[in-house]
Design a protein around this ligand. Structure first.
Ligand code: HEC
Length: 274
């Protein structure tokens, strides 16, 4: 149980005494100066109107009551500072343009991605340019590679074998604009004997269809791309067989080609007409 402190008890006793006694409040008013005095004085003078007395005293100041400083400041403050207006206006525009830069390729084609990274990883980009624009070795872009090799298979042989074994011999389409390319004219293209068949097909595809523009990406070409896609997904790692590649190549374009298996389903690339 809470004990009521002595001074509170005394105060309530005094208050009760003030209400009950008629003469005492006057004496109190006289003896106690300050705030409590005037508050009680009207009550003592007019006991009948005592409940009503405090009421009119309070509502009077309310209409002129000034806003607290923080409310006044808030009311005076402009909603958007002038300096911020351009920011506010351009924010949505900026947000839209920024969203534009965030666009991620919808879904990266694993075949295209792998082919592109091979082109760099095997060093092709270093000699032929990242965009196939040419450098130490020939240009591929702007249709150049397709002019040299009308079919992918002869290009594959050239990459796998390099140009050292055929230095001095023409290769590719002899009627290409600018004349037939002759091995050794620009230097020596290194051989890639340890490349897998799928890797060979993929760099070939990258150079023709991505860095350049495939002249006739007809149904056979599309079928070849689908085969590569499937082989990549299945992680096929078949080593190359240069002899077999030479049997698939065109003797008119590739020195040393026999062409005896031309048109065979087992030949890489779009299946060439026999
Ligand atoms: C060390 C530099 C070098 C690297 C690495 C290299 N090449 Fe070459 N490439 C050459 C040179 C030089 C030639 C021209 C050779 C010649 O004149 O006999 C050439 C020729 C070619 C050609 C014949 C193009 C034409 O139109 O005659 C093809 C195709 C080719 N390279 C593909 C590739 C691929 C694919 C790779 C990567 C797997 C590659 N090269 C890596 C230097 C390089």
């Amino acid at each position: 149980v809470t004990e009521i402190p002595e001074h509170l008890l005394r105060r309530s006793k005094a208050a009760k005494a003030g209400k009950a006694g008629e003469g005492e409040p006057a004496a109190e008013t006289g003896s106690e100066a300050g705030a409590p005095g005037p508050a009680r004085a009207p009550a003592a003078q007019a006991p009948a109107t005592r409940p009503a007395a405090p009421v009119p005293a309070e509502p009077a100041p309310e209409p002129v009551k000034p806003d607290p400083p923080y409310i006044a400041a808030y009311k005076q403050r402009r909603r958007i500072p002038v300096w911020a207006l351009p920011v506010v206006v351009f924010l949505p525009i900026w947000a839209l343009s920024f969203a534009g830069t965030m666009q991620v390729p919808v879904k990266e084609d694993p075949l295209l991605a792998e082919a592109a990274s091979l082109y760099t990883a095997l060093g092709c980009a270093a000699c032929h340019g990242p965009a196939g624009q040419g450098g130490i070795g020939h240009q591929f872009s702007a249709g150049e590679i397709n002019l040299t090799f009308p079919e992918p298979i002869d290009q594959m042989v050239h990459i796998a074998r390099g140009s050292a074994p055929i230095v001095g011999q023409a290769y590719g389409d002899p009627d290409r604009p600018g004349g037939a390319h002759v091995a050794g004219d620009l230097g020596v293209m290194p051989a890639f004997p340890n490349i897998t068949l799928l890797e060979l097909e993929m760099v070939t595809y990258h150079e023709r269809a991505v860095l350049s523009t495939e002249v006739d990406p007809g149904p056979e070409f599309e079928a070849w791309v689908e085969r590569m896609r499937a082989d990549l997904a299945a992680h096929v790692e078949q080593p190359i067989d240069l002899e077999f590649l030479l049997s698939c190549a065109n003797p008119e374009y590739t020195p040393g080609a026999t062409g005896e298996n031309r048109g065979d389903e087992a030949c890489p690339g779009p299946v060439a007409e026999p």
